[in-house]
Design a protein around this ligand. Structure first.
Ligand SMILES: Cc1cc2nc3c(=O)[nH]c(=O)nc-3n(C[C@H](O)[C@H](O)[C@H](O)COP(=O)(O)OP(=O)(O)OC[C@H]3O[C@@H](n4cnc5c(N)ncnc54)[C@H](O)[C@@H]3O)c2cc1C
Length: 331
C-alpha cells in the first residue's frame, strides 16, 4: 500500500536523511500490473547500500521486497527474487555444496541490485554466474535479459546506464560448471595460512573472506557507510609507469596490455586522507576507500567531502576517481 512522507534514513546504510514523497513496497509481482505502478518510479530501492541520498525525494520510491529462492534442478541453477538478501543467497549456495560465490560473501544488499553494478570482490564478479535477469520494463511489461543484453562491465551494466527503464524482479544463476577456487586476490591466501588451512574448500574461502572483510570494513549499523565509495581507476600503462618513478610501491592489477587498475584506497591513503574529514563525515581509519557518516551527516556533506578527495588525488597523482555509489536527487 502506498505511504506518504516516509523517512528513508533506516533504509540506506549511510544513514542519510531523506523523505520519500510516495513510498510503495513491492512484495508481490502481481502489483506491477496495477494502477500505482503505471508510472516509472523515481527511485527503485533495494537494501540502500550503494546510494548517496542528497535530498528529500519527490515522486515515487518503490522498495523491492520480493522474496524467495527457487532451486529447481537440484544441480546448480537458481532463480532468486530481487528482494532476497544477497549474503543469505551466497550462504544458501555454499550450504548446498556449490563452488563460485564464496568470494562474494558478505556484500550487503539485495539480489536484484547485484546485476546493477555487477557486484564484485576478491577477483570475482556476479556476471560470471548470471544466466538471465528478469525485469519489468516500463511501458513494455515483463522481459528476460540475457547476459549480453545486460552489457556488464566493471561495476557497470545497462541497468546502471539506463536508470528508470527496468525494475529487476528476479535473477537466474548457474553454478553447475565446476570451478577452481580463486585464492590469489587480496589477502585470501594469507588469511587461509593464518587459519592453518592448506587444502581449502569453498566454505573455507568464504570464512577467510568474511574475516578479511570484518577486519577492514566498518559495520554500517554502527558507522554508516556504503562500502567502497570510488571505483578503482583503470589507467594507461604509461601513466602507471610515470607514477612508479615517484611511488615505487604503487600496487597495480593488469587489465590488458595497455591498461592497469590502481587501488583507489591506496591513492587516497597516500594523499594523506585516511581517517581525515570533519565531525560529520570522513574516511574510515582502517580503509581510506570507505567514507563514513560519523554522525548527523547529510548527503551534501558526503558529496562535498568526496569532491575534496577527488581533487586531492587528481592534484597529487593526475588520476581521476569516479564514484561507485549512486547519487540520488539534486541533479
Ligand atoms: C559495507 C559495504 C560493503 C560493500 N562491499 C561491496 C563489494 O565488496 N562489492 C560491491 O560490488 N559492492 C559492495 N558494496 C555496495 C553494495 O552492497 C552493492 O552495490 C549492492 O549490490 C547494493 O544493493 P542494494 O540492494 O543495497 O541496492 P541499493 O543501494 O538499494 O540500489 C543500488 C542501485 O541499484 C538500483 N536497484 C536496486 N534494486 C533494483 C531493482 N530490483 N531493479 C532495478 N534497479 C535496482 C537502485 O535504483 C540503485 O541505482 C558494499 C556496501 C557496503 C555498505
Amino acid at each position: 500500500m502506498m505511504r506518504y512522507g516516509v523517512d528513508l534514513r533506516r533504509f540506506n546504510t549511510f544513514g542519510l536523511p531523506a523523505v520519500a514523497e510516495q513510498y510503495l513496497p513491492l512484495t508481490d509481482l502481481a502489483q506491477l500490473e496495477g494502477e500505482e505502478f503505471r508510472q516509472a518510479p523515481d527511485l527503485v530501492l533495494g537494501g540502500g547500500s550503494n546510494l548517496l541520498l542528497l535530498e528529500d525525494l519527490p515522486g515515487l520510491t518503490v522498495h523491492v521486497l520480493l522474496s524467495g529462492i527457487t532451486w529447481s534442478d537440484g544441480k546448480g541453477r537458481f532463480r532468486v527474487a530481487a528482494g532476497a538478501d544477497w549474503n543469505q543467497f551466497v550462504r544458501y549456495t555454499l550450504e548446498r555444496g556449490f563452488v563460485g560465490m564464496e568470494n562474494l560473501i558478505l556484500i550487503p544488499g539485495t539480489v536484484g541490485a547485484a546485476p546493477v553494478q555487477n557486484i564484485g570482490a576478491y577477483g570475482a564478479e556476479v556476471a560470471e554466474f548470471i544466466t538471465a535477469v528478469h525485469a519489468w520494463e516500463y511501458g513494455v511489461g515483463p522481459v528476460d535479459l540475457s547476459p549480453a543484453d545486460c552489457a556488464f562491465g566493471y561495476r557497470d551494466s545497462r541497468f546502471k546506464r539506463e536508470p528508470g527503464r527496468y525494475l529487476i524482479t528476479a535473477v537466474s544463476f548457474d553454478l553447475s560448471t565446476p570451478r577452481a577456487l580463486k585464492l590469489d586476490y587480496g589477502a585470501i591466501r594469507g588469511e587461509l595460512d593464518r587459519l592453518g588451512i592448506e587444502q581449502p574448500t569453498a566454505t573455507d574461502v568464504a570464512n577467510a573472506v568474511t574475516g578479511i572483510r570484518r577486519s577492514k570494513l566498518p559495520d554500517w549499523f554502527l558507522l554508516g557507510n556504503s562500502g567502497s565509495f570510488f571505483k578503482n581507476p583503470v589507467v594507461a600503462r604509461s601513466t602507471y609507469e610515470r607514477l612508479l618513478q615517484t611511488h615505487s610501491d604503487l600496487p597495480a592489477y593488469p587489465i590488458d596490455e595497455a591498461h592497469v587498475k590502481l587501488p583507489a584506497g591506496w591513492l587516497i591513503d597516500r594523499a594523506g586522507l585516511r581517517g581525515q574529514g570533519n565531525e560529520r563525515v570522513g574516511t574510515y581509519d582502517r580503509q581510506a576507500l570507505v567514507l563514513v557518516n560519523r554522525g548527523g551527516a547529510c548527503g551534501r556533506d558526503v558529496l562535498d567531502f568526496s569532491k575534496r578527495i577527488q581533487d586531492t588525488v587528481a592534484e597529487q597523482f593526475g588520476v581521476q576517481l569516479e564514484r561507485e555509489v549512486q547519487l540520488v536527487g539534486g541533479m
